[in-house]
Design a protein around this ligand. Structure first.
Ligand code: SF4
Ligand code: FES
Length: 368
């Protein structure tokens, strides 16, 4: 039983769901929060202060696109004032030299830029933002010139996986300290797009080989993180390092979540930072306690020697694929529901279907 637990290591501040891009694998909920529902600056400042008091070390400003918030510089300055290490997770299409200079001045420590591909035309098609790739390259170089640490992130899938070697080369050329090659996780907008995104085994193995080779080549100067798709794994990942163990996510409207997808779980009430302190939420709220530790686990997890390694996998994936968040993650070969993942792999078509793009109110809309 884990109940006398440590403070969260990181706070994920989803400042807004507004975003100029429309990636079909966005982890934001399909039902996006409107700008009018967003927390105001004063409430965010209080949340940041409470995070520092609770013992949080790292703050991740994300969204949507966090640069869409007019008070971003003010919030970065507040975070620095409270002693938090701040990371800006951005599409970077709006991160020009002026804004970057103001963010550096305010005390920003790190920037993570997500790329859709290395081929501009395909990258812009996937992100649904013409000219976006070129802007990202300019922004990434400006980040390095400004002396900030840079991580570049590539979300990979069947429509760009073949370019993993080029992605690794680009990360090196941009002077990143870390590159993430992250296969799509099938939450939010990615689940309805699964058939358009899930790669085949052969392409996956080639990409994995390229990552292994790059790790040797880049040793000591550029670290390579690699997130494999659950659909080809034998065991699940410890999603978010375990439910309510390492991270706390705040949605644009102020809901506190143990993971960024948890709002998809029905019947759970997630407390709002408008009404509760972060410390009370972390320590006592029923939603955070619900899947923390191992007591909640069913078999086969309960008697498994990996139960304190992967913490039973992902609750949101268990719900999305079985309708029950308390079941063993179907990514696990020992799960009685593992066949649902195998069926998705077996169903792959030669040609991927059209994307469902991330748009306000566009869950059922398709485009090519
Ligand atoms: Fe993890 Fe549960 Fe599978 Fe064991 S049975 S590997 S704890 S998901
Ligand atoms: Fe919610 Fe994995 S995304 S627990």
């Amino acid at each position: 039983m884990v109940n006398a637990f440590a403070a969260p290591m990181g706070l994920v501040a989803e400042l807004t769901h507004r975003c100029p891009l429309q990636c079909p694998y966005c982890a934001n909920p399909v039902d996006l929060h409107r700008a009018s529902a967003e927390l105001d600056t004063a409430t965010w400042r209080r949340v940041l202060q409470e995070a520092a008091e609770l013992g949080v070390l790292q703050l991740h400003f994300t969204g949507g696109e966090p640069t869409a918030r007019k008070d971003l510089v003010e919030l970065v300055a507040a975070a620095a004032g409270f002693g938090l290490y701040s990371n800006l997770i951005t599409s970077a299409v709006r991160l020009d030299e002026t804004l970057l200079g103001r963010l550096v001045q305010a005390g920003l420590d790190h920037v993570q830029i997500s790329f859709q591909d290395t081929e501009a035309a395909n990258a812009d098609r996937i992100g649904g933002f013409p000219g976006g790739h070129a802007r990202k390259l300019i922004a990434a170089r400006a980040v390095r010139r400004a002396g900030l640490a840079l991580t570049v992130n590539f979300v990979v899938h069947r429509q760009n996986l073949v370019r993993v070697p080029a992605m690794l080369d680009l990360a090196e050329e941009l002077g990143a300290g870390r590159v993430e090659i992250a296969h799509v996780q099938y939450h939010g907008w990615a689940l309805p797009n699964r058939d358009a995104l899930l790669p085949g085994r052969t392409e996956l193995d080639a990409a994995t080989e390229a990552v292994e080779a790059a790790r040797v080549r880049f040793k000591g100067r550029l670290s390579v993180d690699y997130v494999v798709p659950d659909y080809y794994a034998a065991r699940p990942k410890a999603c978010m390092g375990g439910w309510a163990r390492r991270f706390i996510t705040i949605t644009p409207a102020g809901q506190a979540l143990p993971c960024h997808v948890a709002e998809s779980l029905p019947g759970m009430v997630f407390p709002s930072v408008r009404d509760h302190s972060l410390a009370a939420i972390w320590r006592e709220s029923p939603a955070f306690v619900r899947f923390r530790g191992t007591d909640w686990m069913p078999e086969p997890c309960q008697s498994c020697d990996r139960r304190e390694i992967d913490w039973g996998g992902c609750r949101c994936q268990a719900f999305a694929l079985t309708g029950d968040a308390s079941r063993t993650d179907p990514a696990c070969e020992k799960s009685p529901d593992h066949a649902v993942m195998m069926a998705a792999v077996a169903r792959q078509s030669a040609e991927p279907p059209d994307f469902v793009y991330r748009r306000y109110g566009a869950a059922a809309e398709t485009a090519g």
